[in-house]
Design a protein around this ligand. Structure first.
Ligand SMILES: [Zn+2]
Length: 350
C-alpha cells in the first residue's frame, strides 16, 4: 500500500476574557483532526476489482475455499488467511437485490451521511452472497424497515469506483437500473481498473481540558512552559500528565520549565498541511532542559539542511500582545548556537 497524507490539528482559541476567568476547567475547545484533500491509498487487486465493478454498476464477491461468497471481498480468507480472488473463476457477480440482515435507524442525518433525510444503516446480503455489506436504506420511515426485507441498489450516474456509487438501497426487488456513466468515458484510459482511492478523513470533537491541561495552557498564555513531576519516580512530563504513565500515581507537583532544550529527532516535511509552515518544514521532538519526555514542536529559523539531532534549541514566542490561551504562542524552536549535545546524553529519550 502506498500512502500520501497530511494532517493538521487545530484548537479553537478562546477569548482573553475567558483566559482570565478562574473557572476554566469546564471550558471546551473544538479539535479537528483531518487529512486535507483526503487520504490517498492503493487498493490492491481485490478491492480494486470490487470498486471497478461498482463503477460499472455491478456487485462482485469472491468465493472462499469453503464455497461461500464474500461481499465485500477481502484479499485473504478471514478464517484460513489463504489468498482470495487470485483467479478469475473465484469472482462471482451477486445481487443486485438483497436482503436486510440487520439495521439501525438514523433520525437526524449528519452532513456527511449519504442521505439528508432519516434513513437506516443496514447490513444487506446481496443475492448469491453469504455475507452482508453495510449501506444506507431509504425506506421513508422507520416503520417500513424490517429485518428480512428485500432491497435493491439505487445507482448514481456519476460513478467513480467507490461504495458511494450506490446512492442507497431502496425497498423492493428493483429493477436496479444502472444509468449510463457520467461523465461518459473518453477513451480507454478512463476505463482503467480502479487502483487508487482518495478517502476523506475528518474527526471533529470537543475536548474538555481539565485541571492539568488548563493550568498548562494558562502558563502558555504568559510564555511559561509548565510540566508535572511524578512524586514516585521524579520524572517531569511536558506537556503535563495528570498521572505518571509508568507508576500510575498522580503527578501533582508543577514544574516551571525553561524554553531551552535539545532536538532529539526530527522530520523534514514535504507534504503541505493546513496550518503548517510552507514546505519543507521541520517537525521534531525537543527535550526541554529538566524534562524527562520530549515534546513535539516545529523547528525553524534555520535552513532545513542544517537541522541535526543533538542541536540546542530555544523557543520562539509570538509577541505578548498576540498571545492567547493556546499552545500556538510557542511558534517554534530555533538554534541557540551552543555546541551540540552528545547523543549519549539524551539517547534514552529518543
Ligand atoms: Zn513515576
Amino acid at each position: 500500500m502506498t500512502t500520501q497524507a497530511s494532517s493538521s490539528s487545530q484548537a479553537a482559541q478562546t477569548s482573553a476574557s475567558r483566559a482570565s476567568a478562574s473557572q476554566t476547567s469546564d471550558e471546551r475547545v473544538v479539535h479537528v483532526l483531518e487529512f486535507p484533500g483526503g487520504y490517498t491509498r492503493s487498493t490492491g487487486p481485490v478491492i480494486g476489482r470490487f470498486l471497478t465493478g461498482l463503477r460499472s454498476g455491478r456487485l462482485f464477491g469472491v468465493r472462499m475455499p469453503d464455497g461461500r461468497v464474500l461481499v465485500p471481498p477481502t484479499e485473504y480468507d478471514p478464517q484460513t488467511a489463504a489468498a482470495l480472488g487470485t483467479a478469475d473463476e473465484d469472482w462471482v457477480e451477486v445481487g443486485p437485490a438483497g436482503t436486510v440482515t440487520t439495521w439501525t435507524w438514523v433520525d437526524d442525518p449528519r452532513p456527511d451521511h449519504p442521505l439528508d433525510r432519516p434513513f437506516a444503516w443496514a447490513l444487506i446480503r446481496p443475492d448469491g452472497a453469504d455475507t452482508a455489506l453495510l449501506h444506507a436504506v431509504d425506506s421513508g420511515s422507520k416503520a417500513a424497515m424490517a429485518t428480512g426485507m428485500r432491497v435493491h441498489p439505487t445507482w448514481r450516474a456519476e460513478r467513480t469506483g467507490a461504495v458511494k456509487d450506490i446512492a442507497c438501497f431502496a425497498p423492493g426487488e428493483g429493477p436496479a437500473e444502472v444509468p449510463a456513466l457520467v461523465p461518459a468515458p473518453d477513451g480507454e484510459a478512463e476505463l482503467e481498473p480502479v487502483s487508487m482511492v482518495t478517502l476523506p478523513h475528518r474527526l471533529e470533537y470537543r475536548l474538555r481540558g481539565g485541571t492539568v491541561w488548563n493550568h498548562f495552557i494558562d502558563g502558555m498564555a504568559v510564555g511559561q512552559i509548565r510540566g508535572t513531576r511524578c512524586a514516585k519516580c521524579g520524572k517531569v512530563f511536558v506537556p503535563p500528565r495528570g498521572a505518571c504513565p509508568g507508576d500510575g500515581v498522580p503527578a501533582t507537583e508543577w514544574v516551571d520549565l525553561p524554553d531551552t532544550g535539545v532536538l532529539t529527532t526530527f522530520a523534514v516535511n514535504n507534504v503541505p498541511a493546513a496550518g503548517a509552515p510552507e514546505v519543507p518544514f521541520i517537525s521534531g521532538y525537543v527535550l526541554l532542559d529538566g524534562a524527562d519526555i520530549a515534546m513535539l514542536a516545529l523547528v525553524s529559523d534555520v535552513p532545513w539542511q542544517e537541522v541535526r539531532i543533538g542541536m540546542r534549541v530555544r523557543g520562539v514566542w509570538v509577541p505578548d500582545a498576540e498571545r492567547t490561551r493556546s499552545v500556538k504562542n510557542l511558534k517554534w524552536f530555533a538554534p541557540t548556537g551552543e555546541p551540540d549535545v552528545p547523543f549519549e546524553q539524551f539517547e534514552e529519550y529518543v
